[in-house]
Design a protein around this ligand. Structure first.
Ligand code: UD1
Ligand code: UDP
Length: 358
């Protein structure tokens, strides 16, 4: 095939779906190499079905393990697939271990180039595994598809050549535009969950939040307190990493927070669109709430999506109770007329144009 997509987790499937569809429209031959980093049905196959994506040509089934073991297995397996596929370009998206592995395997092979979608994001927090993955991938890739001018400038500032950088917008805008109307038509999540008219949506899964017992407890308590002050119930579609920690640590989740299974994309889009406010530590959720004009409070100490804060859609507050409460008060009184900083929803087409696949 001409292009190989290497992907492995929920956000990569969602954010590469517009690029895969654009390949189908343009008759660009491609293959999908799934690392198997995510494998639970509700983090994986449900998105292929709902987004009408072809079944991966390869599933490397690496599963969960330590960073080194997981990434190492992926590199070896991806290399052997690429030996037979021999694509011109390998496309990776984002900052997961699957991205790091795909980039390293491909960049060392003669005649295979690497395109990094969502290049140039920086949290400047080197304790986050994702920050290392992004930096290494950006510095090894041949095509850097930066979502915004901020991320493009960051890459130039790190000495990467202008020739390699294209500001395309973020493919998440394409994905939201392609699915939000369908979501409202087809999803019955609001009535199925029996949600109040006003509710808050919470997602939290990031290692630095949920792998530390005290911090995870504080996060949940702060969200419960802040929402109590505004009479909001909270729905929390829980990522398996967080679910595992709750039982392992024996955490008592405050009873205003309703734990539910991870949602499919259409149901989740409706929840994001209809929520009074979103609490999150997810990258994709910060972007999507900004695009959908739902106020967002980010439960982290930093963000690699500063554009959401700059336009007024997001506040980065950490997990301390007073800071979370203040963040909610501020976001609930703001006008929701901010601009979407992530482009016009044509990122996928711009990526294929840049690669020369007309
Ligand atoms: C990974 C990414 C993170 C991204 C997230 C998207 C890295 C370093 N982290 O985190 O940046 O935001 O995906 O959701 O790449 N598990 C399951 N089923 C699965 C997958 C995982 O139950 O299908 C459980 C396992 O207990 C596993 C844990 O979740 O140990 C963590 O999975 P892992 O892939 O290591 O990282 P994520 O937290 O999913
Ligand atoms: N998402 C979903 N169902 C959920 C939670 C999230 O479909 O229950 C989608 C969400 O719309 C976004 C993506 O998953 O597109 C974000 O993935 P995640 O938070 O796992 O990873 P991150 O963006 O932080 O890397």
């Amino acid at each position: 095939s001409t292009l190989s997509f290497v992907l492995g987790t929920r956000p990569e499937i969602i954010k590469l779906s517009p690029v895969i569809r654009a390949c189908q429209r343009r008759d660009v031959p491609f293959s999908i190499v799934h690392t198997g980093q995510h494998y639970s049905e509700d983090l994986d196959s449900v998105f292929f079905e709902q987004l009408d994506l072809p079944t991966p040509d390869y599933n490397l089934a690496v599963g969960s393990s330590s960073h080194g073991e997981q990434t190492g297995k992926m590199i070896a397996e991806i290399e052997s697939v690429l030996e037979s596929e021999r694509p011109e370009v390998v496309i990776v998206q984002g900052d997961t271990n699957s991205v790091l592995a795909g980039t390293i395997a491909a960049t060392k092979m003669a005649d295979i180039e690497v395109g990094h979608v969502e290049a140039g994001l920086r949290s400047f927090d080197r304790d986050m595994p994702e920050e290392i993955n992004r930096r290494v991938s950006d510095h090894a890739a041949d095509y850097l598809f930066a979502p915004t001018n901020t991320s493009g400038d960051q890459l130039r500032q790190e000495g990467l050549s202008d020739e390699w950088i294209t500001v395309t917008g973020n493919t998440v805008v394409d994905a939201v535009h392609q699915n939000v109307e369908i979501a409202h038509e087809r999803s019955s999540v609001l009535s199925d969950m029996n949600l109040d008219e006003r509710f808050a949506l919470l997602t939290a899964h990031r290692a630095e939040n949920v792998d530390d017992r005290e911090r995870f407890e504080r996060l949940l308590d702060s969200v419960a307190k802040a929402t109590d002050e505004h009479d909001l119930s909270v729905v929390y579609p829980i990522h398996p990493r967080a679910e595992k920690r709750i039982s392992e640590f024996g955490i008592n989740v405050p009873d205003t927070i309703q734990l539910v299974e991870p949602q499919d994309f259409l149901d989740f889009l409706v929840l994001e669109d209809e929520a009074t406010i979103v609490f999150t530590d997810s990258g994709g959720v910060q972007e999507e709430s900004c695009i959908l004009r739902t106020p967002c409070v980010t439960l982290r100490d930093n963000t690699e999506r500063p554009e959401t804060v700059d336009v007024g859609a997001n506040l980065v507050v950490g997990v301390a109770p007073d800071d979370v409460s203040e963040g909610v008060r501020k976001m609930l009184t703001r006008d929701r007329n901010w601009e979407n900083p992530f482009g016009d929803g044509t990122a996928a087409d711009q990526i294929l144009d840049t690669l020369g696949y007309e």
